[in-house]
Design a protein around this ligand. Sequence first.
Ligand code: UDP
Length: 362
Amino acid sequence: MAGAGLSCAVIARELAEAGHRITVLEKRLHVAGNCHTERDPRSGVLVHVYGPHIFHTDDEEVWNLVNRYVTFRPYVNRVKATTGGRVFSLPINLLTINQFFGKTFSPSEARAFIESRADRSITEPKSFEEQALRFIGPELYEAFFKGYTLKQWEVDPKRLPASILKRLPVRFNYDDNYFFHRFQGMPEEGYTPLVQRLLDHPNITVHLGEGLAAADVARFDHVYWSGPLDGYYGFDEGRLPYRTLDFERFEGEGDIQGCAVMNYTDASVPYTRITEHKHFAPWESHERSVCYREFSRHCGPEDIPYYPVHLTEGDALLQRYQARARNERGVTFVGRLGTYRYMDMDVTIRAALDVARAALAG
Ligand code: UDP
């Protein structure tokens, strides 16, 4: 396995239980990839080191799997947004609409009002912007999505796919749960113990601080590659675009912002959001608090890739790498970076289970 994130950990476990001997090579000094969590030594707060991760899924098998390894606590992600000097509730819901427009709409009134603001000439929204203008209208789009999206992706929302916006619900009631899924929670001790326990099997050996070079793939019967797809090929066709994140850490006493995630949706504020980590574990109590201010930027060669950047016009470079990947025999590309997909943790686990089962079946 090249990498010790969720994808490789799940595949390693499935294959190890079927009797295969697995070597996991991870170039970082910890497992769990970008969902790694660790305790801040001074405050004791559990920190989502690479940004906020909330587990949510409709996939019962995936939910049962993660609950076999660690204890999940109920957690509902409720995000707030600051725009124009005021604070609103996200995702867009009846409270957001009523407060933003200074109204007291009922659900059906709000629905009719938003529909009257929407651009109904857009019948099949393809881009992020068309999706927004069709379903929430220009005012809410400008206030909550345009600036944040420009900061997050540095691409005109006309060139981003509608699927990015479809991650977020719009609700005409007061439900402010960020996700639609049936199951949602936080691992009591963070995500790193989940990955450690997945990897804790007599047939699995983990080497930290040791990456796998593509040239060494032939040493193994089969390699599961969860590093960047273009990195496997030494970037010989050019670099696929990724976004990376920078976190500016600050701390203080008590409760700094009153919630786990506050988005800053105006383009004039340089960061996208502030995460106050202690609120991800409301069952714990800490006197001090740790916050991360999150900045998104183009991912350079030395940076950690976080988000693949897909554009509506398609990507010939990606298609060339994907065509080569399909023809590989001893290598399977997995995970967010290996498949160049914007996947949530549950989708990552589902995809990994499918890959492992296909390997065992075939
Ligand atoms: N988004 C936005 N404003 C917000 C929150 C999200 O414009 O307040 C857009 C932005 O383009 C972002 C996308 O919706 O990249 C998906 O948001 P999500 O919260 O799912 O992003 P993640 O937590 O995965 O970074």
